[in-house]
Ligand binder design. Structure first.
Ligand SMILES: Nc1ncnc2c1ncn2[C@@H]1O[C@H](COP(=O)(O)OP(=O)(O)O)[C@@H](O)[C@H]1O
Ligand SMILES: O=P(O)(O)O[C@H]1O[C@H](CO)[C@@H](O[C@H]2O[C@H](CO)[C@@H](O)[C@H](O)[C@H]2O)[C@H](O)[C@H]1O
Length: 467
């Protein structure tokens, strides 16, 4: 296909920016170039596409492709276009492309600098062999692309590639190594080179087919409450608080395991000053993209500056450590044994160098607290004209935020709400990130984080900040 890179670049220039996982949406027009073109095995090619901008760093994307000379029925939805006298399909949606990738992982082989590796099988290996498993691509609304194989495994193909090891692989592996019950077993991964640096391209894990996603469970609970006009959140059948409490305990356990497996250190005054400056920088980037944040800018900065107004032992009497980095209800699954966390990649838009540093574990707590607010308010968006819903949304969110913090405190030995200055700053930072995220991806939802910014800046630091 090398001779046809010009033609292919034209196709991708049109297709790439339309993909949900394309991160360059807020940036002025980018120029595409094919950085790598690797033949995994017929018919699958992995393209690494570089997107250059006038300002700022280039972005790299993984684009698996299948070139066909036929047009099978049902393939229409994932046709990218015509090239080299054939038809180019999205290589993960094309069943033969997805099967080729699984075969490559199963054989743990090399292809140019592309290397597939397997985790050691457990002693009592009862796992399904990695052969001939039907592939089902999932979820268009994701930061990466995942394929489920035979209800046994899930392969995440990282779309935006940051040169180096992906934190999802690194952190999940570290947790599995200390026997964590809160991650899906890692199975295999593959690595290639981007700008000469070995980089994680994809990660295969056990698929938890009976798992229920926290986000869906939470929405079902909110729906129940909204349907019962006369009942309180603790009285309706679908009360989520016991699950929220278990989730808090699971999060604290994951943090404890990460603190055992990877480095930690107590934060210094410089760390807290640095954190405030970092949060200010993220705010500036969001202000550049979203006008609606401007009236809140000074109040937000005031909350961040409180981080270094007192000694670290008062603001954050816990060590800094590795963490999940983008924890929300869509990143957790309820299985028979409890809650499982996945997608330890951190915020996909954040440079990897920032995501792998040691941070406050309260960043994850803040993410989950924001998510309870999202669950309550996203259903409210659809029922704007109903009186009393604002009160009920607030009631549901607060009940579950409290339960989560109680569960966390019981396992960690310290309640996140006791570190209110840090928790509030990190929750506010998350809401600012969400404002930018929604502006780019779901403008209809921007009211949710904007309202949280208003609430979190409205009052002096409360004991249990309500986002
Ligand atoms: N081990 C797993 N078992 C079952 N479903 C999973 C597993 N890991 C992820 N998922 C599902 O796949 C979806 C995408 O996974 P995620 O890691 O969040 O990808 P992305 O980085 O694209 O957001 C999740 O919403 C979740 O429902
Ligand atoms: O793609 P990821 O799951 O890594 O995360 C990104 O997308 C999320 C939305 O899918 C976004 O989460 C925000 O919306 C959720 C509801 O859809 C809500 O539960 C979260 O609390 C809220 O932050 C996430 O921020 C973004 O990084």
């Amino acid at each position: 296909m090398g001779d046809h890179h010009g033609e292919l670049t034209g196709l991708l220039t049109d297709w790439l920016p339309r993909q949900r996982w394309f991160a360059g949406k807020g940036r002025a027009s980018g120029r595409l170039r094919i950085h790598r073109d690797i033949l995994v095995s017929e018919p699958l090619r992995l393209l690494i596409v570089e997107v250059d901008y006038d300002r700022g760093p280039a972005e790299f994307y993984q684009v698996p492709l299948v070139l066909r000379h036929d047009a099978p029925h049902g393939h229409e939805g994932f046709l990218i276009g015509e090239c080299a006298g054939g038809l180019v399909y999205d290589g993960l949606a094309d069943p033969s492309g997805a099967a080729t990738l699984l075969d490559f992982l199963a054989r743990a082989v090399h292809r140019d600098d592309l290397v597939a590796e397997r985790f050691p099988a457990p002693d009592d290996d009862t796992r399904v062999p990695l052969v001939d498993l039907p592939a089902a691509p999932i979820g268009a609304e994701q930061s990466n692309s995942s394929v489920v194989y035979g209800d046994a495994y899930i392969l995440k193909v990282f779309r935006r590639l940051w040169p180096g090891e992906n934190p999802d692989l690194e952190v999940t592996r570290a947790l599995a190594a200390v026997g964590s019950q809160h991650v899906a077993a890692p199975v295999a991964w593959y690595t290639g080179e981007v700008t000469g640096v070995p980089t994680t391209f994809g990660f295969l894990q056990q698929y938890l087919r009976s798992g229920s996603e926290g986000w869906r469970m939470a929405l079902a609970s909110v729906r129940d409450l909204y349907a019962e006009a006369d009942l309180r959140a603790d009285e309706v059948g679908g009360d989520f608080a016991a699950e929220a409490e278990r989730l808090g305990a699971a999060t604290a356990q994951v943090h404890a395991d990460l603190a055992r497996a990877l480095p930690t250190r107590p934060p210094t005054a410089d760390d807290l000053r640095g954190l405030a400056a970092y949060l200010r920088g993220r705010l500036d980037a969001a202000l550049d993209g979203v006008e609606a944040l401007h009236p809140h800018a000074e109040a937000i900065r005031t909350v961040y500056d409180a981080l270094h107004a007192a000694p670290p032992a008062l603001v954050h009497p816990r060590p800094f450590q590795r963490l999940h980095g983008d924890l929300h209800l869509g990143q957790v699954l309820r299985v028979d044994s409890g809650w499982v966390l996945f997608d330890f990649e951190g915020e996909p838009a954040r440079p990897v160098a920032d995501r792998v540093g040691l941070e406050s574990p309260l960043r994850d707590v803040a993410g989950m607290l924001r998510s309870f607010d999202y669950a309550a308010r996203s259903l409210q968006l659809e029922r704007d004209d109903e009186p009393g819903l604002e009160y009920r949304a607030q009631e549901w969110a607060q009940r579950n935020r409290d339960a989560f913090c109680q569960g966390y405190a019981a396992t960690a030995g310290r309640d996140p709400r006791d570190d209110a200055t840090m928790l509030r700053a990190l929750e506010l930072d998350k809401a600012v990130y969400e404002v930018l995220y929604e502006a780019r991806h779901r403008p209809g939802w921007i009211r949710i984080p904007l309202a949280a910014v208003t609430r979190l800046t409205a009052t002096a630091a409360p004991a249990a900040p309500a986002g």
